[in-house]
Design a protein around this ligand. Structure first.
Ligand SMILES: [Zn+2]
Ligand SMILES: [Zn+2]
Length: 263
């Protein structure tokens, strides 16, 4: 098993000590674990400004110590989940240039400087008014200068949106995103942290299937765990889904190079 997306106490929304995260992953038998704490500079520009911000220096130091301590038992990757917005992109690029990360996940949590996790975001909006700007923000995020490896949780908006998030409704927009990802060599994650959504994982099987049909090969598994009990959550279900769609390997990033692990 592998897990390409987890959060420790260095993220504002997790209290999981880094040691607990790594030790649990080892006890579960994981071969590869990426710790990808939030670099959410996008929130500095949006309506949820009060979210505490990470200091990357102590996080980087803790990860390098953890690699020394646990490196023989598990392949550890020092990662960041970078929240995209037009206004914060330069800030993230400049900051990340100072660190030797292994993996960067490029995620959209805010749309037009509004936090889509806040329920009032959806008040009075139609399905198109919710999904089209979100999908377009993902499309924009693919072009950032920050070197990223994985496109995070496509469909995250379905955690709170009052409509299902389906390939068939926006096929042209999704095809554009997948084609661009494939062209740029970016990896799609299947993320099992759906919270309130009526789904098993993001993006749904209909979307992953289309990515594969268009020639997508780079795929990874992400629990997005913020607590120890969620590490590698739904691994079996997602592995079976990926295999049924014809995927044989998960890509796991070290120094931004994918290594393929048999699913
Ligand atoms: Zn996220
Ligand atoms: Zn995350």
């Amino acid at each position: 098993m592998i897990d390409s997306h987890t959060h420790s106490e260095f993220s504002a929304d997790s209290r999981m000590p880094l040691d607990d995260l790594i030790r649990t992953a080892i006890s579960l038998g994981l071969q590869y674990l990426a710790v990808t704490d939030h670099l959410d500079r996008d929130f500095l520009f949006c309506d949820s400004k009060d979210i505490p911000q990470i200091d990357l220096a102590p996080y980087a130091a803790a990860m390098s110590a953890a690699k020394m301590k646990y490196g023989k038992k598990i392949k550890l990757a020092f990662g960041v989940e970078c929240g995209y917005s037009k206004d914060s992109e330069k800030m993230c690029f400049d900051e990340l240039a100072l660190y030797e990360t292994d993996v960067v996940i490029n995620s959209v949590h805010t749309v037009e400087n509004r936090d889509v996790y806040v329920e009032s975001y959806y008040d009075g909006k139609t399905k198109d008014e919710i999904f089209i700007p979100y999908i377009n923000a993902i499309g924009e995020s693919l072009e950032i200068e920050t070197p990223y490896d994985i496109v995070g949780h496509i469909g995250y908006i379905a955690r709170k949106a009052p409509f299902p998030f389906r390939y068939a409704d926006y096929d042209g927009l999704f095809d554009g995103i997948f084609k661009r990802m494939i062209q740029k060599g970016k990896c799609l994650e299947i993320n099992s942290h759906v919270k309130f959504a009526k789904a098993d994982f993001f993006p749904g099987k209909d979307l992953v299937k289309r990515y594969k049909e268009l020639g997508g090969e780079l795929l990874t598994f992400s629990s997005d765990a913020h607590q120890t009990y969620r590490i590698a959550d739904k691994y079996g279900l997602i592995a079976e889904t990926a295999k049924s769609l014809g995927f044989k390997y998960y890509a796991c990033y070290t120094k931004h190079k994918p290594e393929m692990f048999l699913i």
